[in-house]
Ligand binder design. Structure first.
Ligand SMILES: Nc1nc2c(c(=O)[nH]1)N[C@H]1C(S)=C(S)[C@@H](COP(=O)(O)O)O[C@H]1N2
Ligand SMILES: [Mo]
Length: 320
């Protein structure tokens, strides 16, 4: 992409359409009783109520948000992706106050949700990141798309880890622990681990894969024949440099891809294409700056395919 092309304004998924994931249910939290505790290997353990969090200042972060999907079906694509404008404060501002000790290497994030999962009782939702990664990337959000976080999205405060799968973005955040080791647990060392291409042993599910999704037309759409705009979004840990579209298993055609934004946002792609009457399958695949390409099948980020029906002359475009 030419550097002269200005980055487009990010587009956001309406909150009503953002997917919701919860392993242990939605905890009922009264913000008046809530606090974020920061402890472990820190010089100054903290207990921050919401006023103290707000006193750190409020910044915005536009970021795509993608669910990894079931840890029991690691090769099944979920296509659960959204883009959100978060408001909150970088974790670094909190860590600057707590001052991690010399031995601190890992940051544990604990949610207020507890319960049973996969037959195990008394489970808490805990995730962790290396301290250097957490300090650089983690954002603590109390607002989503211009309104306070809704209960199901982590009210009153959640972690957001840009360019990592949603599983890392701990909701209902109540405790941050600085430690010299990773936490053993269902969601850290047992589930949500995978072997990446080119590696021999499993590691935690963190960075997203290169991926793309067709937004328009949707699966099952009825379209008039003629020129149709095929469009969607593509994202990765780095810039998406190309998206190709294939109709009915035909050759891959190069779509127009918007330049990347300054932050961790997705990129729009589109291709205008003539479609004759009949049923068609449309697929898209993205390639990123690191040379990663979406596989055709058998992986979480396998190419997305939608089936559409193009009518003959009788099918008119529906109003609205
Ligand atoms: N405390 C807590 N945080 C959590 C989860 C959870 O079950 N409990 N689910 C995770 C998963 S798997 C995803 S994909 C995201 C989803 O965030 P959302 O529901 O706001 O879209 O939250 C993550 N954070
Ligand atoms: Mo998820």
């Amino acid at each position: 992409m030419s550097p002269q092309v200005p980055a487009p304004e990010p587009d956001f998924t309406p909150t009503d359409d953002v997917f919701v994931r919860k392993h242990l249910g939605v905890p009922d939290i009264d913000v008046a009783d809530w606090a974020l505790v920061v402890e472990g290997l820190v010089e100054h353990p903290l207990r921050l109520d919401m006023a103290a969090v707000l006193s750190l200042g409020t910044q915005r972060l536009a970021a795509f948000h993608e669910c990894f999907g079931s840890p029991f079906a690691p090769d099944v694509p979920t296509r659960a992706v959204a883009q959100v404008e978060w408001a909150g404060v970088p974790l670094a501002a909190v860590l600057d106050r707590a001052v991690p000790g010399a031995g601190a290497r890992h940051v544990w994030f604990e949610g207020a949700d507890t319960g049973s999962f996969q037959g195990q009782d008394g489970v808490t939702y805990v995730k962790d990141l290396p301290l250097s990664v957490a300090r650089g990337d983690v954002f603590l959000a109390h607002r989503m798309n211009g309104e306070p976080l809704r209960p199901e999205h982590g009210f009153p405060l959640r972690a957001v880890v840009p360019r990592m799968f949603g599983t890392n973005s701990v909701k209902w955040l109540t405790r941050v622990v600085l430690a010299d080791r990773r936490p053993e647990g269902l969601f850290t060392t047992r589930l949500y681990n995978r072997v990446l291409p080119g590696e021999s042993s499993p590691g935690p599910v963190r960075e997203v894969d290169v991926s793309s999704k067709l937004f328009v037309p949707e699966e099952g759409a009825q379209l008039p024949s003629g020129e149709v705009e095929l469009s969607g979004r593509a994202w990765s840990t780095t810039e998406v440099v190309s998206v190709e579209v294939s109709v009915d298993g035909g050759p891959w055609e190069t779509a127009a891809v918007a330049p990347p934004g300054a932050g961790p946002t997705w990129q729009r792609f589109s291709l205008v294409r003539e479609l004759a009457a009949g049923r068609h399958s449309i697929r898209c695949r993205a390639r990123d700056l690191a040379g990663r390409v979406q596989p055709l099948a058998g992986a979480r980020n396998a190419v997305h395919e939608v089936g559409v029906e193009v009518g003959g002359d009788g099918l008119k475009r529906r109003p609205g």
